[in-house]
Design a protein around this ligand. Sequence first.
Ligand code: NAG
Ligand code: NAG
Ligand code: NAG
Length: 228
Amino acid sequence: MHYLGNLATLALRLASRLALFVPNDGAHSVGYYDPVGGGGSMLDNAGDGLGEPLNVIISGLSSPEVLTDTGIVNYARAIGFSEECFDIHLGAPQSANLGDGNGWVNQTIELRQDYGDAPVGTCLESLIGGDHFRVYRQNGTNADSGALFLAVSQEEPVTDGHDIIPNGYNIGRDSLVTWATGQTSYGGLSYTTTAQNITGLLAPGSNGVNHGIAQDGVVVLLTVNIDG
Ligand SMILES: *[C@@H]1O[C@H](CO)[C@@H](O)[C@H](O)[C@H]1NC(C)=O
Ligand SMILES: *[C@@H]1O[C@H](CO)[C@@H](O)[C@H](O)[C@H]1NC(C)=O
Ligand SMILES: *[C@@H]1O[C@H](CO)[C@@H](O)[C@H](O)[C@H]1NC(C)=O
């Protein structure tokens, strides 16, 4: 449990991270744009020629605050995720092209299941596996929805190389959606989240998918409203 000794350092890091507040650009008028229509892809780039499916979208019609860097972290905490264990990234960042004119852009942030204890729980996730997601923001001038595209998957324990479990894309997505839907709260904010399945955006199957794990092609659109 040596990591407990690093808690003070972590608190300082979190405080400085929160100071890097990215102001949102106000309300958006569309939930998302199809990345493929703009020359992008519904698979991110894992660096090996394959990619993870972007299987959840947080709608651009959500409360604007949710779509900011600090806002998505608070929302993630409300639904059982937190920032990575002591900011230690396991593996290289991945990138996505959301067809918005920005081309391939590295993930904004990666969040892990926190097992009920943000942030120490994410260390547990790193050890024993669990749900996690990468966040990409669709904000280029060609398709500025403000939507957040998430690559969600359920991971193996670190002892197994931190790969994705069998059926881990569908399972990871469905768990996140279950935890997110309805009423949640964190840090003084209450959220109401509705979910809608979208088909026809992401091709089902394993073609081009990292680890060759097939997924069902369902993308869940979450619309998140801050209550009150
Ligand atoms: C994306 O991440 C990789 C790996 O850390 C890094 O080498 C590269 O410079 C990053 N790209 C941008 C545009 O930040
Ligand atoms: C678009 O999103 C990226 C990634 O989060 C961010 O770095 C950039 O500042 C944003 N651009 C604008 C114009 O808000
Ligand atoms: C959405 O798709 C998932 C995965 O196929 C399925 O389990 C769920 O029942 C669907 N929900 C609705 C409302 O159709």
